[in-house]
Ligand binder design. Structure first.
Ligand code: ZN
Length: 178
């Protein structure tokens, strides 16, 4: 069994409060397709979703980004086709709120992987060079094998996107493939 981590593919990050925009819209079908593929294989599928509270000046991101993914708002819903895939398979998908870039920081993700004996994680979602990158770094430090699907990650920063894809491969030993 392996795991698919679907990172921050929400309305706010695609075309809402903190939008990646076109590059994120362009991966909508592939995100849904890979999620269905991993469900079919019987893998653990995790929705790792940024969670912020309204008016939280103590959060480090409040100085860096406009408010986004606020608890209970429509911006925090999964975007597009992924939402339907999630709703149809909710009993088999693990929803994991996260409050930092990495899906591992302050979450039970490492334990959930460990108790299932999972040693390989597949990463998709946004942004390639922020939340996907920080999640990959933590996976690397935990000794997990990493696969990043380039057709299903995106960033508003195309130079950062390209750099991160190199970094996954060259420094984290990840397989970058579709
Ligand atoms: Zn955030």
């Amino acid at each position: 069994m392996e795991a698919l981590l679907v990172i921050d593919y929400t309305v706010d990050f695609v075309n809402g409060a903190l939008p990646v925009g076109q590059p994120a819209e362009a991966i909508e079908a592939r995100i849904a397709e890979l999620t269905e593929e991993h469900l079919k294989r019987g893998d653990l599928v995790v929705m790792a979703v940024d969670l912020h509270e309204a008016d939280d000046p103590t959060h480090p991101e409040s100085k860096l980004f406009p408010p986004h993914n606020i608890r209970g708002t429509a911006g925090r819903e999964l975007f597009g086709r992924l939402r339907a895939v999630y709703e149809q398979n909710q009993d088999r998908i693990l929803w994991m709120d996260k409050t930092r870039y990495s899906a591992f920081h302050g979450t039970a993700l490492a334990d959930e992987l460990k108790k299932r004996g999972i040693s390989r994680v597949h990463l998709i979602g946004v942004c390639t060079d922020i939340c996907v990158l920080h999640t990959a770094v933590d996976a690397y430090n935990l000794g997990l094998k990493i696969v990043v699907h380039p057709s299903a990650v995106a960033s508003f920063n195309s130079a950062g996107h390209d750099w991160a894809l190199q970094h996954f491969q060259g420094s984290l030993g990840a397989e970058v493939r579709d």
